[in-house]
Design a protein around this ligand. Structure first.
Ligand SMILES: C[S@@+](CC[C@H](N)C(=O)[O-])C[C@H]1O[C@@H](n2cnc3c(N)ncnc32)[C@H](O)[C@@H]1O
Length: 362
């Protein structure tokens, strides 16, 4: 079949031109030798001598065969008659682990569904039924439906903002939904670092696997130390492993503590108190209630920054904001600056808010 041979960096330009003029054939782009790409041409495309091709050659190459576009098209013949809307329309990926809600009507066919998904999605290793979150660690209950290579471990690595992060959706909470917030945390801390004129010690007592940290640790001269932890021992194991990957020179950071404890008990450990310039509070159902017990973690000298996330009744927004101000004052501080705003993109009758307080200790 006739293909137009173009340098790979020009593929997009030629695809646009050929598609626009109706000269592309149905099959896909073919990789040729020497970094060239072959674009399949329909019989209507002008022949090789036409000036429109700018001298690029036409080659006779075997066309690529396009596979099915959807995993549903890979289901066994005997299940194809089932209505399309029976099948789940969405799934979530963490690394190479795919998690999908399986309605009771799909359960008899779940293993065929997992095989079709594995066939369609070459980067997926495990397909699991997502049976919802449970317990104080808000960990997902997963049920294995299919494995590409016989492995069953849900431990996997994801990439966020260029950093590799070990996660395990069956053991530890992680969500990519706050990824934009993590970027904003970086920008906020950079500005705060300028305000106080020295690198910061950050405390993240509900750190999970630590997704807030790689951006902060990688920023030039932003952090001088960290105190991080979680109550879930499995999260702390992954957090410690992640930190080994993110912190190239551990001696650069002091303190550099990784704690497995209840955040409410940090106030009872002298070495965890009075050192942090910044406190991150990410326990959205309880952040505001926990806050009074967390103030002892902060260094009471000049200014501190508290940044957290909470789920709040829409009707109680103003009240919660006042309660936040009151808890800062009860701790002996003053709200020099206070942000309390809804995070867009979280749909619920309750709202998900980010709060940020610059506390002055004067
Ligand atoms: C919403 S997750 C946030 C995790 C992480 N910061 C992130 O953004 O992915 C809350 C974390 O707090 C931990 N946790 C729950 N109660 C805790 C407590 N009392 N003290 C410390 N950690 C707690 C959970 O295990 C979970 O990892």
């Amino acid at each position: 079949m006739r293909h137009l041979s173009v340098p790979s960096h020009e593929t997009q330009r030629w695809l646009t031109l050929c598609r626009g003029r109706g000269w592309l054939a149905e099959s896909g782009v073919v990789a040729l030798n020497d970094g060239q790409r072959g674009l399949p041409l329909s019989p209507h495309a002008p022949d090789e001598t036409d000036v429109v091709w700018e001298g690029h050659a036409h080659l006779d190459v075997e066309p690529t065969v396009k596979g099915p576009q959807r995993w549903q098209d890979r289901l066994p013949e005997e299940l194809r008659h089932l209505p399309d809307d029976l099948w789940p329309s969405a799934y979530e990926l963490q690394g190479d682990v795919l998690m999908v809600k399986v309605e009771p009507a799909v359960q008899p066919y779940e293993s065929a569904m997992a095989s079709a998904m594995l066939e369609q999605l070459p980067n997926v290793r495990l397909v699991c039924a997502d049976e919802g979150v449970e317990g104080e660690f808000r960990v997902r209950q997963l049920r294995l439906l299919g494995s590409r290579d016989g492995s069953t471990s849900t431990r996997t690595q994801i990439k966020e903002h260029g950093a590799s992060i070990w996660v395990d959706p069956n053991e530890v909470y992680f969500s990519s939904r706050l990824s934009t917030q993590r970027h904003q945390t970086l920008e906020t801390l950079k500005a705060f670092r300028q305000t106080i004129g020295r690198p910061l010690v950050v405390a993240d007592p509900y750190a999970g696997v630590g997704p807030s940290l790689p951006l902060l640790l990688a920023a030039d001269d932003l952090l001088s130390g960290f105190l991080v932890g979680d109550l879930n021992p499995k999260a702390v194991d992954l957090l410690a492993e992640n930190l080994r990957g993110w912190v190239r020179a551990p001696s650069r950071f002091s303190p550099s503590s990784v704690v497995c404890n209840d955040a409410l008990a940090w106030k009872d450990e002298a070495e965890l108190c009075g050192q942090a310039d910044v406190l991150l509070v990410n326990l959205p159902h309880d952040s505001l209630e926990h806050l009074p017990d967390l103030f002892p973690i902060l260094r009471r000298d000049g200014f501190s920054l508290v940044r957290g996330w909470a789920i709040v009744d829409r009707t109680a927004l103003a009240e919660q904001r006042q309660a936040l101000e009151a808890s800062v004052e009860a701790a002996g501080g003053r709200c020099a600056d206070l942000v309390f705003e809804e995070v867009k993109g979280f749909s619920s009758t309750r709202c998900f808010v980010v709060f940020q307080v610059t506390v002055a200790w004067d």
